[in-house]
Structures are given as structure tokens and as C-alpha cells.
Design a protein around this ligand. Structure first.
Ligand SMILES: *Cc1c(COP(=O)(O)O)cnc(C)c1O
Length: 345
């Protein structure tokens, strides 16, 4: 156990009046229908175990994406779904490929499950080049859009990757897909080696409910279910199942809030550009930015003094960047005002 290097989540400080732009939470809150569904469950059925197959939720997701229930796997947050994916689908003796700059839980799961990893550098524009993945591998994984860059890949690039790696499981982690990317779900029927993972934490504003899911060929789903049933029979509680169904079914709230975030993102990007920041074009609910004259760690420190927290990664290639979550209009305004002061000081 001493060899494990745990994932370090963004902070959740207990400070009031904090402008919290560090962990890509959604500022809008979930659909009111979710809260209603949860309230009904608290009066009803907590005495009983939850449905071990989460059938209602599986069916709800299947309907939403026009897939079969056998093509859906649900878990306690997509982090848990990812963990089962690493254990069930990536144990091969050949390295798992993922970008050098990406979701930092991937190397953690590799260590936990003893999976060899090989990182593939993003190109000089911080983009994934799928041609760099044509090499022997025991699987491929990356987020689309990538994190923490926000850069999205077109569907034809993902299709080329699937064609070039027919014997590998290719996992596309779509945690941020609803903020402007194109989902690879439509490729599932043609590529049995594709697994798409999504979460309700970001675009459905339910990070605290802990619901994630995977979609793919029924054989891949069976593999995940085998691991899940050897680990925890009831990963989703009754409240999570009910709330998640209501979230998936309320398309109006979903469309309204995600469009708001996309609009705010483009406004914020323009304002930060005017302050001299360079910004990676983002299809996510965050911006990845750098300033040619101001040290990123220094900027994060100055923002913190003003009660604004953003994410800073002290890692090679990105140690001059900040990842900033798109907040409410007021939060974005406060951020711009603060950065204006700091940059002009
Ligand atoms: C947020 C995030 C997750 C984890 O989501 P949960 O469902 O909250 O566990 C997974 N992958 C990426 C790339 C993320 O940014």
C-alpha cells in the first residue's frame, strides 16, 4: 500500500463568501425535479436496500441515448466507473496509453491495479493527436474534451483511433461533453471496442449525488458488472437512483443551464483575452489560461487573498496555467475585476 500515490482532489474549503472556481462544479444547481424526487424517496424507502441493478436509471439513460439497457453500466460517480474499467478492461501486459496532460486519476488507477502506463505528449497546442496512438497498447483512455485543457476532439478523429486500434478497448471520458463537444455515443453500434463514460457531476450539477455511467458493447458492460458485483452490490443508493432519473428526464433545465455556461464561457474568454491572457479554446465548463507576464502560481495566490479559488497544477508543461471553472455571471464578473486589479498592479 505504501507504493500507492492517491489522487489529490481540488479543495472544498469551509469558507463563507468564497468564489469557488477550482473543481468544475456547476453554478446553477440541479433541476428542481431532482430535489422533489429525492424528497419523495426520503419519505418512502430508505429502510430497504436500493435496487442492486439500478434498473430505473439504466432504462432512463438507455432511453435518453437510444441504447439498450445491456449497453449501460452505472456507478457511484464516474470515478468509480473508471476504477472498475481499469480493473476489468485494461489488464493486459501491454501499456495503457493516455496523454501526458490529462485527468490525474488515470495514473493513480494504473498504480492501484498494477497496469503499465505510457503517456503520449499532447502536441504544442495542447491537443491530442490520435496518430500518436498507433503503437502497441493494452487500451487507450482520455477525456473528450480533455481536462484540464478543455480542448475537444472531432468525432472523425475518435473514429480513426477506433479503426486503428480494433483490438484495444478505447475509453472516452466525456465528463464535459455537454458543454460543446460531440459525443462518441453514436459510434457504439459500429465499434464494439468503444466505451463512453459520462457523469451527472458537471452538466447536471449533481457532483454531490455521485452518479456516473458507462455506455458500450454489452460484452464490455458485462465485464464491468462482474467487477462491480465482486466489490459492492449497492453502489447507488435509492436517493441517487431517483435523483439521477429526474435529472436525465428534465431536458429543459439541462438545456437552459448548459447553454448559459457556454455563453458565459465565451464572454469570460473574451474578457480575459483583453487582459492579456492566452486561452486554450474550450469546449468544457472551464478555461485553461496563461499570462505571458504573470506567474500562474502567483496569480492563484493573489486571487485566493480575494476569496477566489482556481485550480493550479504544479506539473511539467502546465505550471504557468490556471484552470478556472465557469461560475455564475456575478462570479465571472468578480473574477475579471480581481484579475484586472492584479494584472494592472
Ligand atoms: C470530474 C471528472 C470525473 C469524475 O466525475 P465524478 O462522476 O464526479 O466522479 C471524471 N473524469 C473527468 C475527466 C473529470 O473531470
Amino acid at each position: 500500500m505504501h507504493q500507492l500515490t492517491p489522487y489529490v482532489p481540488g479543495e472544498q474549503p469551509k469558507i463563507s463568501n468564497l468564489i469557488k472556481l477550482n473543481t468544475n462544479e456547476n453554478p446553477f444547481g440541479p433541476s428542481p425535479k431532482v430535489l422533489n424526487a429525492i424528497e419523495i424517496e426520503t419519505g418512502n424507502s430508505l429502510r430497504l436496500y436500493s435496487d442492486p441493478t439500478s434498473e430505473r436509471l439504466v432504462k432512463s439513460i438507455a432511453r435518453y441515448y437510444q441504447l439498450k439497457p445491456q449497453q449501460i453500466f452505472v456507478g457511484n460517480g464516474s470515478d468509480e466507473v473508471l476504477a472498475h474499467t481499469f480493473q476489468a478492461l485494461f489488464q493486459h501486459g501491454k501499456p495503457l496509453l493516455f496523454p501526458d496532460i490529462t485527468y490525474s486519476f488515470y495514473p493513480v488507477y494504473c498504480k492501484l491495479y498494477g497496469i503499465e502506463a505510457e503517456t503520449i505528449p499532447l502536441n504544442e497546442n495542447f491537443e491530442i493527436d490520435v496518430n500518436h496512438y498507433n503503437r502497441p497498447n493494452g487500451g487507450i483512455i482520455f477525456p473528450n474534451p480533455n481536462a484540464p485543457t478543455g480542448h475537444g476532439l472531432e468525432l472523425d478523429a475518435i473514429e480513426a483511433l477506433l479503426k486503428n486500434n480494433p483490438d484495444s478497448v478505447v475509453v472516452i471520458d466525456e465528463a464535459y461533453i455537454d458543454f460543446g463537444g460531440t459525443s462518441a455515443v453514436v459510434l457504439i453500434e459500429h465499434y464494439p471496442n468503444l466505451l463512453v463514460i459520462q457523469t451527472l457531476s458537471k452538466s447536471r450539477s449533481l457532483a454531490g449525488l455521485r452518479v456516473g455511467f458507462a455506455m458500450g458493447n454489452a460484452e464490455l458492460i458485462k465485464g464491468l458488472t462482474r467487477v462491480k458485483d465482486s466489490f459492492n452490490s449497492y453502489p447507488l443508493d435509492t436517493i441517487a437512483i431517483s435523483g439521477a432519473c429526474a435529472a436525465i428526464e428534465d431536458k429543459t433545465h439541462f438545456e437552459y443551464t448548459r447553454k448559459q455556461i457556454i455563453t458565459s464561457r465565451e464572454q469570460l474568454a473574451a474578457q480575459l483575452k483583453a487582459l492579456g491572457f492566452n486561452i486554450i479554446p474550450s469546449q468544457a465548463n472551464f478555461l485553461f489560461i496563461t499570462h505571458p507576464q504573470h506567474d500562474a502560481a502567483g496569480l492563484a495566490g493573489h486571487l485566493r487573498v480575494r476569496n477566489i479559488i482556481v485550480r493550479y497544477f504544479n506539473k511539467p508543461r502546465i505550471d504557468q496555467y490556471l484552470r478556472i471553472t465557469i461560475g455564475t455571471a456575478d462570479e465571472c464578473k468578480a473574477l475579471v475585476t480581481a484579475l484586472q486589479d492584479i494584472v494592472n498592479e
